[in-house]
Design a protein around this ligand. Structure first.
Ligand SMILES: C[S@@+](CC[C@H](N)C(=O)[O-])C[C@H]1O[C@@H](n2cnc3c(N)ncnc32)[C@H](O)[C@@H]1O
Length: 234
């Protein structure tokens, strides 16, 4: 039997934000602001034109659409049905093509192993009960030599101060309860999960975000938000 590995309270929380997902002044504003940097990070490490790309925990499709605009054939999966509805509706406006499916990554791995050139999984691992299971499923879904691109939050006092106290309480950028500190993931823990699934960790980079200027950039300090690129051996 496929383990669903989902916290329904988490997906319900995102479903409540669905109608405002594409409002870049709303609760998804940080995702909109981070998107150009994370797209560039992926595009520098994977040839997107014509590639089969899976976006795990795609939400309303901010990254999925950007990957499609860069020439990839994109499948976006999520377990929040209203969010997926908004993602599909937005395609009518943008004219991009993305295949959105409500399916767990573990179930997709059973269905279509070895079928993607690259997988993105951004700001999602800290919302699931078992991140290692997501990474193992991604290992099975990738073709040999394929790249896995992850972003998440580090479990440090700095991340607590900025992502929870700052973004949720002081600035009210995000609804309270968006993040749970205990679910933040240290880079060493992520690296261990990646190794256990047979990945080679190629790169780890901090992601700095200034909510006032709305600018994001890559930095060497991974103490708050960070991006990782891991490769399935060819
Ligand atoms: C913070 S949003 C990030 C959305 C998107 N990846 C982005 O960065 O623009 C987290 C997303 O993960 C989804 N999610 C949570 N648990 C999931 C699971 N087990 N499988 C698939 N998606 C999940 C939520 O529904 C939500 O859309």
């Amino acid at each position: 039997m496929i383990n669903q590995n989902v916290n329904p309270a988490e997906t319900a929380k995102f479903d409540r934000l669905a109608s405002r997902w594409w409002d870049d002044a709303g609760e998804s504003r940080p995702l909109h602001d981070l998107n150009p940097v994370r797209l560039a990070y992926v595009a520098e490490r994977a040839n997107l034109r014509g590639a089969q790309v899976l976006d795990v925990g795609c939400g309303g499709g901010i990254l999925s659409e950007a990957l499609a605009a860069a020439g990839a054939h994109v499948t976006g999966i999520d377990l929040a049905p209203r969010v997926l509805e908004v993602a599909r509706l937005h395609l009518l406006e943008s004219g991009h093509t993305v295949d959105y499916r409500e399916i767990s990554v573990e179930a997709l791995a059973e269905e279509s192993p070895g079928s993607f050139d690259a997988i993105t999984c951004m700001e999602m691992l800290e919302h699931v009960p078992d991140p290692a299971s997501i990474i193992a499923a991604c290992a099975s879904l990738l073709k040999p030599g394929g790249g896995l691109f992850l972003s998440t939050l580090n479990r440090t006092p700095a991340a607590f101060a900025l992502a929870i106290a700052g973004a949720e309480y002081a600035l009210k950028l995000l609804p309270r309860g968006t993040h749970h500190y205990a679910q933040f993931i240290r880079p060493s823990e992520l690296a261990r999960c990646l190794r256990a699934s047979g990945f080679e960790l190629e790169d780890l980079r901090g992601l700095a975000y200034n909510p006032f200027s709305r600018r994001a950039r890559l930095i060497s300090n991974t103490s708050v938000n960070y991006l990782a690129c891991a490769r399935k051996p060819a």
